[in-house]
Design a protein around this ligand. Structure first.
Ligand SMILES: [Zn+2]
Length: 242
């Protein structure tokens, strides 16, 4: 099982580790390391991108990161055919595209803030570098972009701490209201459930994503648009100001 260093510290940008396995598939080399700082695509957050640095000074692009089918391993997708000298046991350094990942973290935490200002079940969502979408099961269309933007920025400026904790599957079963998403449940049978808490009583829900440590880090943010996606489904697109 790949050791998930991004859960121990979401701010690690580089990591020295060892290759455990690599194989060609889908026209790309897929590489598994003993541990990783690369977040695998899931929970509405895209997989990380970055580089694999070899000891002889090469810099190989990592185009995506995903879980293996059994979720036991994290697979890095390499761009390029120059993998000479790489094999199981080789020491390498993983380097994140930190500018991109930090934006994804800011966006992901901002989406949790949206959950706090729109008290309705979540029907969908997707974190992205430039524009993220949050969808809620709301009927009325009297949501005001400017008003929501103000509320969102108040929560950002309040500099609320974001903390991570774990509860058991049984505790989650006993408190089903903690799950805000209507159709997606946290994966079961993989141990404790990871919970993200924003401030006190602002937002608390299961989430496997990477987050900033404090909402102030999100910076100025705005609701770019509100769109109707079906009778009881509204999509709110959010954008970072920088
Ligand atoms: Zn989340």
């Amino acid at each position: 099982m790949t050791h998930k260093m991004f859960y121990e510290d979401a701010y690690l940008k580089q990591l020295k580790t060892t290759i455990v396995a690599m194989e060609p598939a889908e026209g790309q080399w897929q590489l598994i390391t003993a541990e990783t700082i690369f977040y695998p695509q899931g929970g509405g957050q895209p997989g990380d991108q970055g580089w694999l640095l070899t000891e002889d000074g090469r810099r190989i692009e990592i185009t995506n990161t995903r879980y293996s089918a059994d979720r036991q391993h994290i697979v890095h997708y390499l761009n390029g055919t120059s993998i000479a000298g790489l094999a199981a046991g080789t020491c390498v350094t993983l380097e994140l595209n930190w500018a991109r990942r930090h934006r994804l973290m800011r966006m992901h935490t901002a989406m949790h803030l949206m959950c706090s200002i729109i008290p309705a079940p979540v029907t969908g969502g997707g974190v992205s570098e430039l524009q993220s979408r949050c969808e809620f099961d709301v009927q009325t269309s009297d949501w005001d972009k400017e008003q929501l933007t103000r509320q969102l920025n108040e929560l950002v400026q309040a500099a609320l701490p974001v903390s991570i904790s774990y509860i058991t599957e049984q505790q989650l079963d006993d408190n089903p209201e903690l799950v805000r998403t209507m159709s997606v449940q946290p994966p079961r049978g993989l141990g404790d459930i990871r919970m993200i808490r924003v401030g006190e009583g602002i937002d608390y829900q299961p989430c496997g994503g990477t987050h900033v440590a404090n909402t102030a880090e999100i910076g100025q943010i705005r609701i770019a648009s509100i769109k109707s996606k079906g009778k009881q489904n509204k999509r709110f697109n959010i954008e970072l100001e920088d």
